[in-house]
Structures are given as C-alpha cells and as structure tokens.
Design a protein around this ligand. Structure first.
Ligand SMILES: [Zn+2]
Length: 280
C-alpha cells in the first residue's frame, strides 16, 4: 500500500499470530490479533480469498500500536527466540513498527531465527530455493491438507510442527541472531547496485575480463559504461580472437560490496558496424 507519510510503499500487517513453546516444545500459549488497516482501504482479492479475512474483520481490527503492545506483553520478559518462516515477516514487523511507533519499539524481541533458513540447512535444500512452508511440511511427511494454512496463527502452529521435526540443539545455536539494533539495521538495509564508476565502493582493479578460453586477461576495447545493472565494456582476446561484452556489477550490501561478473560472446556478424558519416 502506498503511504503519503513515508512517500513509499508499506506492506501493512493485517494479522499477527504466534505460538509460544517451552524448552521441551510444549505449547505454552497462542496469540492472535487482527490489525485494523490504517493506510490501505482495500484488501487485495487474492489475500481475501487466501485468508478469508473480510474488510469488515479488518475494520473491526485492533490498531497496530495496540496490537503490537499486546504482542509485546504476550512475549513478556522471558528469555526467548522468535522464529518465522523467512525473515520477511520480521522485516515487515519492523517496517510497521517504525511506521506506527518507532524502530526502537521492536526491542522486545531478544533473539531471532529464520526458520526457512534453518530448514534449508537441516534438509539440504538450496538457500536460493526459498521453499514455502507448505512444501517444507510435505518434505517432512506431514499431510498438509490436515492443516488450515494462510492464517497467521495456523501458519505458526504448522511452522512449530516443522521446527519440532528438524530441531537439533547443536546446529540450531549458530542460526540465532541477537535481535539488536545492528541486526535490525542489516535486515532493513536495501542493497543497491552502484551506477557511478567513480564511487569509492568501486575497486578499479576489479574492472577486468579474463578470457574464458585461455585464461588470460583480455584487452578492453571500449569505455566502461553503466547499463542494465552493471558496468559493461567490450573486450578482445587477441590470442583466441574472441570478442565479448563483459559485465561487472557492484552491489552495496550492508557491510560489504558484492561483485558479480558475466560475459557474452559477440559473434563476428554482430560486430559494431562502422557508422558512415552523414554527408552534409
Ligand atoms: Zn583467450
């Protein structure tokens, strides 16, 4: 939903649901609240169908600051680790908290684990795959049809079942993030592609192309220019007579710069045509 207040889009939370387990995975209590929408007036149809939440439900919902306070009280002072399937939920909770209250107001969460990430580690599914909760349940042999998913509390109960099935105390510890302001800042950080080649974040020594055929540095034939998410230049390997368009992209992450490279061979018939000067 677009918000004039922040001049940007915000994913409004419409429901908070959670289950609390003790150290032995016994259910202590559950939490569920519908949040009154303050920005967006309409629920998207697919959300309405998936969740069965109506506009009326939301109109009667609890305003976010109050819902967040209830959630905070429910968690209380006890030592805890919060889990969610993918860190998107925590990111959205942070954005909503910042929008309605202040970003510091999320300080009631002590520790956090991205259960999707932990699942990927335990089940050896690839990180890039970002498997959904229902698919994860199927992989664990649960009959997903027995569970009503897509409502916050149901999802959390199901996620808890999945967590129980894969939990291993030794390797779980390394997935725990202390949910301090540095972690939240990192979570909130939006990586960006650097488009200015003179930026101090661009290491000029990284602007090269190594010939894929012979492994030798190729000669740059054109200036670097920024296009489609990175710096592009044409290279020629004299030894192999291979002409390529190489791309080097620099992505500013929270505490590092990611460098990615790709290259495309330019077939001889695609060589830049000589542009004839127009006669006056
Ligand atoms: Zn070569």
């Amino acid at each position: 939903m677009y918000s004039a207040k922040i001049r940007g889009y915000i994913n409004e939370i419409i429901e908070i649901g959670a289950v609390m387990l003790d150290e032995r995975f016994c259910q202590v209590s559950t939490f569920s609240v519908l949040v009154k929408s303050s920005i967006g007036r309409r629920l998207q149809n697919h959300v309405r169908e998936m969740t069965n939440i109506s506009h009326k439900d939301l109109a009667n919902g609890t305003p976010f600051p109050e819902a967040a306070a209830q959630f905070r009280n429910w968690i209380g002072e006890r030592e805890h680790v919060m889990l969610s399937w993918g860190d998107g939920d925590l990111r959205v909770l942070l954005a909503n908290t910042r929008y309605h209250i202040s970003s510091q107001a999320l300080n009631y969460i002590q520790n956090y684990v991205d259960l999707q990430d932990y699942f990927g580690h335990r089940m050896h599914t690839s990180r890039a795959q970002q498997i959904g909760l229902a698919a994860a349940g199927e992989l664990l042999g649960f009959n997903v049809a027995d569970y009503t998913l897509h409502r916050a509390l149901d999802d959390s109960l199901f996620a808890a079942e999945c967590f129980k099935a894969i939990f291993e105390p030794e390797d779980f510890v390394s997935f725990i993030h202390v949910c301090d302001s540095a972690y939240l800042a990192e979570l909130e950080y939006k990586p960006r592609i650097i488009s200015d080649i003179h930026s101090p974040l661009v290491d000029p020594r990284q602007l090269y192309y190594i010939c894929r055929n012979c492994g030798r540095p190729a000669r740059r034939m054109t200036e670097w220019r920024f296009a489609s998410r990175g710096f592009q230049a044409e290279f020629l390997c004299a030894a192999c007579s291979v002409h390529v368009k190489a791309l080097v992209s620099f992505k500013k992450m929270y505490s590092s710069v990611d460098i990615k490279r790709s290259a495309r061979e330019i077939p001889p018939d695609e060589e830049a045509p000589c542009v004839a000067e127009q006669s006056q």
